[in-house]
Design a protein around this ligand. Sequence first.
Ligand code: RTP
Length: 151
Amino acid sequence: MASIRERTYIMVKPDGVQRGLVGEIISRFEKRGFKLIAAKLASPPKEQLEKHYADLSSKPFFPGLIKYMLSGPVFALVFEGLDAVKTGRVMLGATNPLQSAAGTIRGDYALAVGRNICHGSDTVENAEKEIALWFPEGIVQYSLLQESMIF
Ligand code: RTP
């Protein structure tokens, strides 16, 4: 059953931060109905990015990906809400912006796969791991009226 407490880890990548798209990305998720439960600007060490993208470590683009992710600060976010992981991925659009539908974040603001603005967890299990990696200090708990809604 779908949970209104499902969480996803969304990260505005260095190009998104440099281009001033943090507010736009937060706004899209908030307007869709997701609850922002954690947010911070971060300059992670290389090891943390290598851990985040560990499943891609054998890919030829991995060194370039890590270099790109180290090119400036990232903005780490956690959103909570119904089907947050899958819906978050739909809102981001395809990994390669050339294949991202118009109306998605990548489809509206990006052109190159190596500069695709934003990350979103691909499974609930990975979301939990990523949230623990990026927010080891934990997350503030609070309630909204939305939580008394029936789905
Ligand atoms: P992300 O983890 O960043 O949300 O991206 P994703 O799941 O849509 O795609 P994934 O396959 O996990 O790739 C992670 C990031 O690596 C870069 N990439 N470059 N040069 C290339 O062919 C290539 N392929 C992937 C992208 O920045 C992608 O988001």
